[in-house]
Write a protein that binds this ligand. Structure first.
Ligand code: NIG
Ligand code: FE
Length: 413
């Protein structure tokens, strides 16, 4: 029988050496991908205790050794923007859009987010968990070891809390770290039709207080858009979030220029996301505040958007770019972060190295997580091991991530 008393401490101090691998550390040290050829990583108690060229590896006694046969190691991928927990699907809206209806038209006619709200409210916690766990499995199979999950399909206090509890449970169940964002201001629920101001007060008041008190959210997000919430309403919710000590993020300038990028920056947001219609002034404001630009190419693709986010301007101002799946049933039913990286290259002209930085180093910053996203001493031992010959392959295969295995908190699977 497994002896907990002996097993616990031994597990914590167990040393494993991963060797005979090339390592894309994603550190910004002047070399492409921060790469180390013929490298080794020593993991002690779930953290990286040493990393470098194998020839420099200090002698280690009693360590287990894993020969990786020349494969590549990258930081575990970080999907920093998902709406993974929902019930149902919106395939019928996809058909409508293919016949010419726009995303905004469908939303204004009472479909869109509201239709997923109906199915999510009707689902019990266990059913929501099962459906979401299957989707999470697909993300993990693509090398993801950290994922952000938003609420926003409950739109009342009970259902928003239910959704965030499911997200927390997913993190406890799966070999992945889950960060949650409360997105009560995703759409106006039907029972508040004509009373948007009252709903904003509910979100900024009772809902936020309860979600914060129960520790259900790591950040607060708002959908600022013509079909969702105004800049003034967004500011009201952000002020309430900041009073509770919660960082903010924003769905900004996705379908129109709402001044979202600058608004996010004004609140020192961790990230502004989508940004197809962001202005130059907005990008400059983000640069000044260190707000990360999260680009969501699968949503751009699936909505057949033609206005691209201003990548050249992000580069010019030095705004770090992150890439995420935006997994959701309406605008991005996507379950592969490497596919999002591929699309970031083909649709937005990122380089494969920028795409990988977007799914690792910059994604960690978009979540405010300083302990991951690059491979260096002291960081969590979350990494992905790939059957590839060059890291550019991670953005090259269209939907076929050649993951060999991933390592989460030092444990391989
Ligand atoms: O990120 N833009 C708003 N929210 C989601 C779409 C949600 C939905 O359509 O269900 C997005 O694209
Ligand atoms: Fe989103």
């Amino acid at each position: 029988m497994y002896n907990l008393q002996e097993g616990g401490p031994r597990m914590a101090s167990r040393q494993v050496i991963w060797e005979n691998a090339s390592i894309a550390t994603m550190r910004q040290n002047g070399s492409a991908y921060g790469a180390i050829e013929d490298g080794a990583i020593v993991v002690t108690g779930g953290r990286i205790s040493w990393i470098g060229a194998r020839r420099d590896l200090p002698p280690q006694k009693d360590a287990e050794r894993r020969d990786l046969g020349g494969r590549w190691i990258t930081p575990g991928l970080i999907d920093c923007h998902t709406h993974l927990v929902f019930a149902g699907d919106r395939a019928s809206e996809f058909e409508l859009r293919l016949k010419g209806a726009t995303y905004e038209e469908i939303a204004r006619a009472g479909g869109g987010i509201r239709s997923t709200v109906n199915s999510t409210r009707a689902a019990c916690e266990d059913d929501l968990f099962r459906a979401s766990r299957a989707r999470l499995g697909a993300l993990i199979a693509g090398g993801v070891t950290t994922v952000e999950i938003k609420s926003g399909y409950g739109l009342d206090t009970e259902n928003e809390a239910k959704l965030l509890r499911v997200a927390r449970r997913l993190g406890a169940d799966a070999p992945v770290t889950v960060r949650t964002s409360f997105l009560g201001a995703h759409a106006l629920p039907p029972e508040y039709e004509g009373r948007q101001a009252d709903y904003v007060e509910l979100v900024a008041g009772e809902m936020l207080k309860r979600i914060a008190a129960e520790g259900l959210a790591d950040a607060v997000d708002v959908f600022a858009e013509r079909i969702a919430f105004t800049p003034a309403e967004t500011a009201r919710i952000f002020e309430a979030a900041q009073r509770l000590g919660l960082p903010v993020k924003l769905h900004a300038d996705q379908l129109s220029d709402q001044g979202g990028a600058a608004l996010a920056a004004r609140f020192g947001a961790l990230s502004a996301d989508h940004l197809e219609y962001a202005s130059k002034a907005g990008v400059a404001a983000m640069a000044a505040q260190g707000t990360i630009a999260v680009l969501l190419p699968c949503a751009f693709y699936f909505l057949r958007e033609t206005k691209k986010p201003p990548v050249e301007i992000f580069r010019k101002y030095g705004v770090p770019i992150a890439i995420a799946t935006d997994c959701n049933p309406g605008s991005s039913p996507s379950l592969s972060l490497p596919l999002a990286m591929n699309m970031a290259c083909t649709l937005f002209q990122l380089t494969p190295e920028e795409a990988l930085a977007g799914a690792t180093r910059n994604a960690a910053r978009a979540l405010g997580m300083a302990d991951r996203g690059v491979l260096e001493t002291g960081k969590v031992a979350d990494f992905a091991i790939w059957d590839i010959r060059h890291p550019a392959e991670l953005a090259y295969w269209i939907g076929g991530a050649p993951l060999f295995r991933s390592v989460k908190d030092g444990a391989d699977r």
